[in-house]
Design a protein around this ligand. Structure first.
Ligand SMILES: [Mn+2]
Length: 240
Protein backbone atom coordinates (compact mmCIF):
# COMPACT_ATOMS: atom_id res chain seq x y z
CA UNK A 1 0.00 0.00 0.00
CA UNK A 2 1.08 3.56 -0.68
CA UNK A 3 0.25 6.20 1.91
CA UNK A 4 0.52 9.99 1.85
CA UNK A 5 1.00 12.21 4.88
CA UNK A 6 1.86 15.89 5.21
CA UNK A 7 2.82 18.64 7.65
CA UNK A 8 3.66 16.46 10.66
CA UNK A 9 5.46 19.49 12.10
CA UNK A 10 7.49 17.87 14.84
CA UNK A 11 4.74 15.76 16.36
CA UNK A 12 6.71 12.52 16.63
CA UNK A 13 4.18 10.77 18.88
CA UNK A 14 1.29 11.50 16.55
CA UNK A 15 3.35 10.22 13.62
CA UNK A 16 4.14 6.95 15.42
CA UNK A 17 0.48 6.64 16.33
CA UNK A 18 -0.44 7.03 12.67
CA UNK A 19 2.02 4.32 11.59
CA UNK A 20 0.32 1.98 14.10
CA UNK A 21 -3.16 3.07 12.98
CA UNK A 22 -2.51 2.31 9.31
CA UNK A 23 -0.62 -0.81 10.36
CA UNK A 24 2.32 0.37 8.26
CA UNK A 25 4.36 -2.55 7.02
CA UNK A 26 8.00 -1.49 6.65
CA UNK A 27 8.70 -4.35 4.25
CA UNK A 28 5.84 -3.88 1.82
CA UNK A 29 4.25 -0.45 2.24
CA UNK A 30 5.46 2.95 1.10
CA UNK A 31 4.96 6.30 2.79
CA UNK A 32 5.31 9.61 0.99
CA UNK A 33 5.76 12.58 3.32
CA UNK A 34 4.69 15.80 1.57
CA UNK A 35 7.04 18.16 3.44
CA UNK A 36 7.13 20.09 6.71
CA UNK A 37 8.24 17.53 9.27
CA UNK A 38 10.11 20.33 11.05
CA UNK A 39 9.06 23.22 13.32
CA UNK A 40 6.04 24.12 15.46
CA UNK A 41 5.88 21.00 17.72
CA UNK A 42 8.91 19.80 19.67
CA UNK A 43 10.36 16.86 17.77
CA UNK A 44 11.11 17.77 14.17
CA UNK A 45 14.73 16.67 14.46
CA UNK A 46 13.71 13.40 16.11
CA UNK A 47 11.37 12.83 13.16
CA UNK A 48 14.22 13.53 10.77
CA UNK A 49 16.46 11.04 12.56
CA UNK A 50 13.71 8.43 12.52
CA UNK A 51 12.74 8.71 8.85
CA UNK A 52 16.23 9.25 7.39
CA UNK A 53 17.20 5.54 7.08
CA UNK A 54 13.78 4.71 5.62
CA UNK A 55 14.09 7.52 3.09
CA UNK A 56 17.56 6.28 2.13
CA UNK A 57 16.35 2.72 1.59
CA UNK A 58 13.16 3.83 -0.25
CA UNK A 59 10.47 2.71 2.22
CA UNK A 60 9.63 6.37 2.66
CA UNK A 61 9.89 9.33 0.34
CA UNK A 62 10.21 12.82 1.72
CA UNK A 63 9.48 15.96 -0.28
CA UNK A 64 10.74 19.40 0.63
CA UNK A 65 8.43 21.77 2.48
CA UNK A 66 9.03 25.41 3.28
CA UNK A 67 10.08 24.51 6.83
CA UNK A 68 12.85 22.27 5.51
CA UNK A 69 13.96 25.19 3.38
CA UNK A 70 13.96 27.43 6.48
CA UNK A 71 16.35 24.97 8.15
CA UNK A 72 18.61 24.92 5.09
CA UNK A 73 18.63 28.71 4.92
CA UNK A 74 19.36 28.99 8.63
CA UNK A 75 22.30 26.58 8.46
CA UNK A 76 23.69 28.47 5.47
CA UNK A 77 23.42 31.74 7.34
CA UNK A 78 20.67 33.07 5.09
CA UNK A 79 17.86 33.14 7.66
CA UNK A 80 18.17 34.74 11.07
CA UNK A 81 17.24 32.93 14.29
CA UNK A 82 14.65 35.55 15.05
CA UNK A 83 12.97 35.19 11.69
CA UNK A 84 12.97 31.38 11.88
CA UNK A 85 11.50 31.46 15.37
CA UNK A 86 8.71 33.68 14.02
CA UNK A 87 7.98 30.83 11.55
CA UNK A 88 7.80 28.25 14.38
CA UNK A 89 11.46 27.15 14.33
CA UNK A 90 12.19 27.40 18.05
CA UNK A 91 12.50 23.68 18.83
CA UNK A 92 14.29 22.75 15.61
CA UNK A 93 16.76 25.55 16.23
CA UNK A 94 17.46 24.31 19.75
CA UNK A 95 18.16 20.76 18.52
CA UNK A 96 20.37 21.92 15.65
CA UNK A 97 22.45 23.95 18.07
CA UNK A 98 23.09 20.79 20.08
CA UNK A 99 24.36 18.91 17.01
CA UNK A 100 28.00 18.35 16.21
CA UNK A 101 29.33 20.04 13.11
CA UNK A 102 29.29 16.68 11.36
CA UNK A 103 25.65 16.05 12.24
CA UNK A 104 24.69 19.51 11.03
CA UNK A 105 26.46 18.93 7.73
CA UNK A 106 24.66 15.60 7.35
CA UNK A 107 21.30 17.28 8.00
CA UNK A 108 22.08 20.04 5.52
CA UNK A 109 23.07 17.52 2.82
CA UNK A 110 19.94 15.46 3.46
CA UNK A 111 17.57 18.43 3.31
CA UNK A 112 19.25 20.00 0.29
CA UNK A 113 18.75 16.81 -1.75
CA UNK A 114 15.03 16.51 -1.05
CA UNK A 115 12.89 16.42 -4.19
CA UNK A 116 10.15 19.03 -4.72
CA UNK A 117 7.69 16.59 -6.24
CA UNK A 118 7.15 13.01 -7.28
CA UNK A 119 4.73 11.53 -9.79
CA UNK A 120 2.62 8.47 -9.05
CA UNK A 121 0.00 6.43 -10.88
CA UNK A 122 -3.30 6.15 -9.06
CA UNK A 123 -6.47 4.19 -9.79
CA UNK A 124 -8.76 7.08 -8.99
CA UNK A 125 -6.90 10.11 -10.34
CA UNK A 126 -4.62 8.67 -13.01
CA UNK A 127 -1.09 10.03 -13.11
CA UNK A 128 -0.74 12.50 -10.25
CA UNK A 129 1.86 14.87 -8.85
CA UNK A 130 2.66 15.10 -5.15
CA UNK A 131 4.21 18.36 -3.95
CA UNK A 132 4.12 20.57 -0.87
CA UNK A 133 2.27 23.68 -2.08
CA UNK A 134 1.01 23.08 -5.61
CA UNK A 135 1.73 25.51 -8.37
CA UNK A 136 2.66 29.19 -8.74
CA UNK A 137 0.20 31.33 -10.68
CA UNK A 138 2.87 33.33 -12.52
CA UNK A 139 4.84 30.27 -13.63
CA UNK A 140 2.49 28.18 -15.75
CA UNK A 141 4.15 26.22 -18.52
CA UNK A 142 1.68 25.11 -21.18
CA UNK A 143 1.60 21.93 -23.21
CA UNK A 144 0.90 22.07 -26.96
CA UNK A 145 -2.73 21.09 -26.35
CA UNK A 146 -3.27 24.11 -24.11
CA UNK A 147 -3.18 22.24 -20.80
CA UNK A 148 -0.84 23.32 -18.02
CA UNK A 149 2.20 21.10 -17.57
CA UNK A 150 2.28 20.72 -13.80
CA UNK A 151 5.78 19.29 -13.40
CA UNK A 152 7.39 21.78 -15.79
CA UNK A 153 5.54 24.60 -14.03
CA UNK A 154 6.93 23.45 -10.68
CA UNK A 155 10.45 23.18 -12.12
CA UNK A 156 10.18 26.71 -13.49
CA UNK A 157 8.80 28.19 -10.27
CA UNK A 158 11.53 26.50 -8.20
CA UNK A 159 14.24 27.72 -10.55
CA UNK A 160 12.94 31.28 -10.41
CA UNK A 161 12.39 31.47 -6.66
CA UNK A 162 12.33 28.33 -4.53
CA UNK A 163 11.24 30.19 -1.40
CA UNK A 164 8.26 31.80 -3.15
CA UNK A 165 7.29 28.47 -4.64
CA UNK A 166 7.39 26.71 -1.28
CA UNK A 167 5.13 29.23 0.40
CA UNK A 168 2.73 29.74 -2.52
CA UNK A 169 -1.00 29.58 -1.81
CA UNK A 170 -1.89 30.04 -5.47
CA UNK A 171 -3.44 26.62 -6.07
CA UNK A 172 -6.28 27.41 -3.65
CA UNK A 173 -7.09 30.70 -5.36
CA UNK A 174 -6.68 29.56 -8.96
CA UNK A 175 -9.77 30.23 -11.08
CA UNK A 176 -11.76 27.27 -12.42
CA UNK A 177 -10.38 27.53 -15.97
CA UNK A 178 -6.85 27.17 -14.60
CA UNK A 179 -7.72 24.22 -12.35
CA UNK A 180 -9.49 22.56 -15.27
CA UNK A 181 -6.38 22.99 -17.42
CA UNK A 182 -3.94 21.22 -15.06
CA UNK A 183 -2.54 18.11 -16.76
CA UNK A 184 -2.15 16.25 -13.46
CA UNK A 185 -4.16 15.75 -10.31
CA UNK A 186 -2.25 17.17 -7.33
CA UNK A 187 -1.70 15.96 -3.78
CA UNK A 188 -0.51 18.82 -1.57
CA UNK A 189 -0.21 19.99 2.03
CA UNK A 190 0.92 23.34 3.45
CA UNK A 191 -2.49 24.95 4.07
CA UNK A 192 -4.47 23.64 7.03
CA UNK A 193 -7.64 21.99 5.83
CA UNK A 194 -9.76 23.60 8.54
CA UNK A 195 -9.25 26.83 6.62
CA UNK A 196 -10.41 25.20 3.37
CA UNK A 197 -13.28 22.89 4.31
CA UNK A 198 -16.68 24.57 4.16
CA UNK A 199 -17.58 23.11 7.55
CA UNK A 200 -14.13 24.09 8.96
CA UNK A 201 -13.40 20.42 9.75
CA UNK A 202 -9.86 19.02 9.96
CA UNK A 203 -10.54 16.29 7.45
CA UNK A 204 -8.59 15.90 4.21
CA UNK A 205 -9.78 18.48 1.68
CA UNK A 206 -10.84 16.89 -1.59
CA UNK A 207 -11.55 18.72 -4.84
CA UNK A 208 -11.84 17.42 -8.42
CA UNK A 209 -8.34 18.80 -9.17
CA UNK A 210 -6.36 18.34 -6.01
CA UNK A 211 -6.38 16.98 -2.49
CA UNK A 212 -4.90 18.75 0.54
CA UNK A 213 -3.65 16.58 3.39
CA UNK A 214 -2.46 19.16 5.95
CA UNK A 215 -4.96 18.42 8.70
CA UNK A 216 -3.27 20.84 11.08
CA UNK A 217 -0.84 18.76 13.19
CA UNK A 218 1.26 21.93 13.41
CA UNK A 219 -1.66 23.69 15.07
CA UNK A 220 -2.92 21.27 17.70
CA UNK A 221 -3.96 24.27 19.81
CA UNK A 222 -6.47 25.16 17.09
CA UNK A 223 -7.80 21.62 17.01
CA UNK A 224 -5.46 20.33 14.33
CA UNK A 225 -5.01 16.57 13.81
CA UNK A 226 -2.85 14.31 11.63
CA UNK A 227 -4.36 12.79 8.51
CA UNK A 228 -3.14 10.10 6.16
CA UNK A 229 -4.42 8.97 2.76
CA UNK A 230 -4.05 5.54 1.21
CA UNK A 231 -3.63 5.96 -2.55
CA UNK A 232 -4.49 2.33 -3.24
CA UNK A 233 -7.74 2.08 -1.26
CA UNK A 234 -8.84 5.76 -1.25
CA UNK A 235 -9.18 5.51 2.56
CA UNK A 236 -8.54 8.34 5.00
CA UNK A 237 -7.05 7.86 8.47
CA UNK A 238 -6.87 10.27 11.37
CA UNK A 239 -5.12 10.44 14.74
CA UNK A 240 -5.28 13.13 17.37
MN1 LIG B 1 4.29 24.38 4.57
Amino acid sequence: MRYLISDIHGDFDLFKKMLRTINFNFDYDQLIIIGDILDRNRHGIKLYQFIKPFVEEGTMQFLMGNHELFAIRYMKGELSEKRWISFGGEHTLRDIKEMSEEEREELLQFLTKLPLYVEIDTMKYGRAVITHTGISATMYVYNEDGTINVTKSIDKAARENLFEYLISLDLHYAPAHIKNALDRFLFVGHVCTFGLNEDASNKIYRTPHYMNLDCGAGHRDLGGILGCYCVDTDEEFYVS
